[in-house]
Design a protein around this ligand. Structure first.
Ligand SMILES: [Zn+2]
Length: 324
């Protein structure tokens, strides 16, 4: 059994001189540097080789690395795909169907762009306070102070205010009221047509097909980008089936389908359902080197791009020493 370093990416684009310089993502130039670094110290493998390793005892090279890209951003076609082709590396792309096929924004992305559009985050908090009071009885909510006290804690690079907004609108509130509040804020601060914005933000189906034909791996990330571990079994099944239908339409080899859990939302029940549906590999967001045994094939950890040097001359870090 081999270990493998799987790296997770989201936005990869020119950020500083763009319309949204506050978007948290990886600059194109740094992506290139990171690939050079990885090429120097690791061995790139494909998703199909990892499947072969798990199920057919194929031996992966030492220090093997796999690149994964979540959420179906157009960045993955415009920026990532040409660079991967240049480096002759395969990427695996996990695509939420409603974003790509139906031009609907994911709530998580609406939140990113709300935050990136408003300099003074206190302004958003004032709006949220108003909206919580407004919907409090209809949705059986706690009062604003309860949520603020519970969630507003500075963490990593984010201020307490940003963490409060993210946690409240991504995790704490139930899906329906959360969606309502996010929509109101998105409309207020972005003042754009959602579907037009989605067309600019996400891949098109033709781009997905082109990437697949260019040797990239395309995988399941659900239809709605819901937390899978919060869905009832039949709801989860719908999410997965819609996604598998989409992959089939795109031309993906469904006998080797793989998934990335939205928000890393796995649980024993979710894993069991994926196993029943013959999912071959599934990636979490737990920061770790992944094991390649059958038992761990649906709970494979990933490193974030920020865990890996972004300068090709830097020396390998602890994650390198932890991988065999
Ligand atoms: Zn995602």
């Amino acid at each position: 059994m081999s270990d493998i370093s799987v790296i997770m990416y989201h936005y990869v684009r020119r950020i500083k001189d763009s319309r949204f310089p506050e978007i948290k993502g990886l600059e194109t130039a740094l992506f290139r540097e990171q690939l050079k670094f990885l090429k120097k110290h690791y061995n790139f493998v494909t998703t199909e080789e990892v499947i072969d390793c798990v199920y057919n005892n194929y031996k992966l090279p030492t220090k093997s690395v796999l690149l994964t890209f979540d959420d179906g951003y157009v960045d993955h076609y415009e920026t990532v795909f040409p660079i991967l082709q240049e480096f002759e590396v395969q990427g695996s792309f996990y695509i939420p169907v409603k974003a790509v096929r139906d031009n609907q924004m994911l709530d998580v992305n609406k939140i990113h762009f709300i935050l990136a559009s408003v300099l003074d985050k206190k302004q958003i908090i004032v709006d949220i306070k108003f909206l919580i009071e407004k919907y409090r009885f209809e949705y059986n909510l706690q009062d604003f102070d309860y949520y603020y006290k519970k969630l507003a804690v500075e963490w990593r690079h984010d201020t307490a205010e940003v963490i409060f907004i993210k946690r409240l609108l991504q995790v704490e509130l139930a899906e329906d009221v959360r969606g309502k509040i996010v929509d109101i804020l998105f409309e207020k601060y972005l003042q754009v047509n959602e579907s037009e914005f989605a067309k600019e933000l996400y891949l098109s189906e033709n781009q997905v097909k082109e990437m697949l034909n260019g040797g990239m791996h395309i995988g399941c990330h659900g239809y709605n980008h819901f937390w899978w571990n919060r869905l009832k079994p039949d709801e989860l099944e719908v999410e997965i089936d819609l996604s598998l239908n989409f992959l089939t339409e795109m031309g993906v080899d469904i006998s080797n389908w793989t998934a990335a859990y939205p928000y890393g939302s796995c649980s024993d029940e979710v894993e069991k359902l994926l196993r029943e549906k013959k999912c071959r590999l599934a990636f979490t967001t737990e920061v770790n080197v992944a094991k390649t045994s059958i038992e761990s094939s649906l709970v494979m950890g990933r490193l974030d791009t920020n865990n890996i040097p972004k300068n090709s001359n830097e020396l390998p870090n602890d994650w390198y020493r932890k991988s065999c």
